[in-house]
Write a protein that binds this ligand. Structure first.
Ligand code: UDX
Length: 428
């Protein structure tokens, strides 16, 4: 089927590439001409495992193309996906101006039946507003609006999209169901058809629930520390219960990223607008904030005064396997250390370029060895797999004092202590 994807960011680009991979003809649209030219030349502006190969392969096969001309894409595509950013606003609500702008732009180009699909993460009732907007700017336009939330995780986005747990399709008219099912048939996943509002809520409710799981285990980790229990064992024991599940019970320095923090405050906000005080989720946010503070407190307790201390940081991305530093707790920790006078040297396998403008005072270095040189303490802040197998003994020898704070419980406490580190992790 001929498909248009408006917005070539994370979601748009991965969705476009995967749709092309299963045989659809996809036009990806972006209003950033520079980005469009980059993509046409085969340069992918983000780090996402497997994406570059997929884009190159499908461009070469003639199934995937890029343009800045939205009208061209609307003319030839039966289904138009909106995948533009929905950034947070200071009051916690979501800025929907990009979605609204695209709806207006699409509207004037619609001449025959089109399905307009909202893929961006949006508050409940946005789909209704998209439909109203299109009708306002093109009265009587033959359209159906669909909500089709994405559940892809950065770092495994291609895999998540190619092998989804479920596909959610929220419709306002049965007419859109057939084509939507046809698009997703090659993915061979269960398809759940709902009304528009329920589909939008599924996205916010799912992400908030996952964040809740993380805050829950982080709170349990605090009790483990106070009681001498081991949070890893507790998570294992809880997770073995199929009703609970082990996923998203990894304790750490708190969740970050472009989705969870934003989606939670948006969900709290829209709930308030609808007359419900979602206290539970406010507590999830508070615990997430405390988790970072508890980690910083441990560092202060060990180092006493942070001024002029040389602190080495391993990991800046908001999680492993990505170069994304949006709402990264690691960045927030580095900012705090710097504000208290520490001298920070940092290394991340992918995220240093994006991190630098956010923490210009931190010195970015190209190897973990340089991070360790003369350091008073090392902090492990992102769960990069490669950090597990660093030459830890050699790193320790380069340090001024062998303090190691593992914010992701990535290392084995017994093994790392046997090397002579004074090792602190979370909840164990
Ligand atoms: C999330 C959702 O998982 C995805 O379904 C949605 O579509 C987009 O938002 P993403 O933001 O890419 O994906 O990252 P995710 O893997 O969910 O991790 C979010 C944050 O939680 C990261 O900071 C991660 O380090 C943290 N996390 C995750 C934990 O602290 N513990 C865990 O057990 C899992």
């Amino acid at each position: 089927m001929n498909l248009a994807i408006i917005g070539s960011g994370y979601v748009g680009l991965v969705t476009g590439a995967c749709f092309a991979e299963v045989g659809h003809r996809v036009i990806c649209v972006d209003n950033d001409l520079k980005k469009v030219h980059q993509l046409q030349d085969g340069h992918i502006p983000i780090y996402e495992p497997g994406l570059e190969e997929l884009v190159k392969k499908n461009v070469a096969a003639g199934r995937l193309s890029f343009t800045a001309a939205i009208g061209e894409a609307v003319d030839v595509s039966k289904v138009i996906f909106i995948a533009v950013p929905t950034p947070p606003q200071p009051d916690g609500s979501v800025d929907l101006s990009f979605v609204e702008g695209v709806a207006r732009e699409i509207a004037v180009h619609i001449k025959e039946y089109r399905i307009v699909v909202d893929k961006s993460t949006v508050p409940v009732k946005t789909g209704e507003k998209v439909a109203q907007t299109i009708q306002r700017y093109n009265p009587g336009a033959p359209i159906d609006v669909v909500s089709n939330p994405e559940f892809l995780r950065e770092g495994s986005a291609v895999e998540d999209l190619m092998k989804p747990d479920r596909i959610v399709i929220g419709v306002s008219s049965d007419r859109a169901v057939g084509p939507m099912k046809e698009i997703y048939a090659p993915f061979k996943a269960p398809i759940l058809v709902t009304d528009l509002n329920s589909a939008e809520l599924i996205k916010h409710a799912s992400n908030s629930f996952l964040a809740l799981k993380i805050s829950y285990i982080n709170a349990v980790a605090a009790i483990c520390e106070a009681s001498g229990a081991n949070v890893e064992r507790v998570a294992e024991g809880m997770g073995a219960d199929k009703r609970i599940g082990r996923a998203f019970l990894n304790t750490g320095i708190g969740y970050g990223g472009s989705c969870f923090p934003k989606d939670l405050s948006a969900f709290i906000r829209i709930s308030e607008e609808l007359g419900y005080n979602f206290r539970l989720l406010k507590e999830v946010e508070a615990i997430n904030h405390d988790q970072k503070e508890r980690f910083l407190k441990k560092i202060r307790e060990s180092l006493w005064v942070l001024r002029h201390k040389k602190i080495g940081v391993l990991g800046l991305a908001f999680k492993g396997n990505t170069d994304d530093v949006r709402s990264s707790v690691a960045i927030s920790i580095v900012q705090q250390l710097i504000s208290e006078g520490a001298e920070v040297r940092a290394y991340d396998p992918q995220a240093m370029e994006k991190a630098h403008p956010l923490v210009p005072e931190a010195k970015m270095v190209t190897t973990p060895e340089e991070v360790a040189d003369g350091a008073d303490a090392l902090l492990l802040l992102t769960e990069w797999n490669e950090f597990k197998s660093l030459p830890w003994l050699a790193l320790k020898k380069r340090m001024l004092s062998p303090l190691l704070f593992d914010g992701r419980n990535l290392l084995d406490p017994d093994e790392i202590r046997a090397l002579g580190f004074t090792y602190t992790s979370i909840g164990r």
